[in-house]
Design a protein around this ligand. Structure first.
Ligand SMILES: *[C@@H]1O[C@H](CO)[C@@H](O)[C@H](O)[C@H]1NC(C)=O
Ligand SMILES: *[C@@H]1O[C@H](CO)[C@@H](O)[C@H](O)[C@H]1NC(C)=O
Length: 158
């Protein structure tokens, strides 16, 4: 998955630091059949810009959360026996001129991510889209762009 996005120096440094901090905290699996998975979303939109997220699975609704710039939102769960675990997240933020940018993304899908993420699935949320760290290859991968731009006053929460 390629992208024309030019990484800013700051993002490159930040993402390298995140990878470093993750590799220092690699705790291992806590069960034989049920693997513990941690998902982390990091707001890298731009200074001062909050990211609203709301993540769900078939069984869990994690509620609304606001992530400040360079802050992260993290949760963990146990993958099920059949690798069918699926979490998706609605996200929105305020773009230029007060428009709302939003989308709904498949953030964890065992079939796609068990090997790619191992126990840690890390996402960097940028204006250019959503990047996820592939622990198998050691690279950030571009996954999703922002599909929707709604003009100001279209009814999103502030
Ligand atoms: C995630 O947030 C926690 C608590 O705010 C912080 O201690 C931790 O360093 C952050 N991790 C990364 C990778 O940004
Ligand atoms: C994005 O905004 C539109 C319009 O307010 C809304 O209908 C849609 O549910 C939103 N999508 C997400 C993922 O929040």
């Amino acid at each position: 998955m390629g992208t024309q996005f030019r990484w800013s120096f700051m993002h490159v440094v930040a993402m390298a630091l995140i990878v470093l901090s993750l590799s220092h905290s690699s705790v291992m699996v806590s069960g034989v059949y049920y693997k513990k998975i941690q998902v982390m979303l990091i707001n890298m939109l731009e200074p001062g810009k909050n990211l609203h997220v709301h993540c769900k699975s078939k069984d869990d609704d994690l509620g609304d959360h606001v992530i400040g710039y360079y802050q992260n939102y993290t949760w963990s769960f146990h993958d099920n026996l059949f690798d069918t675990t699926l979490f998706w997240c609605g996200m929105d933020w305020t773009g230029t001129g007060g428009s709302t940018v939003n989308g709904s993304f498949e953030i964890y899908h065992a079939k796609r991510d068990l090997n790619r993420c191992s126990s840690y699935c890390t996402w960097a949320i940028l204006k250019a889209g959503l990047y996820s760290f592939n622990r198998a290859t050691g690279e950030w991968e571009y996954f999703f762009g922002w599909p929707i731009v709604i003009s100001k006053g279209a009814g999103m929460k502030p």
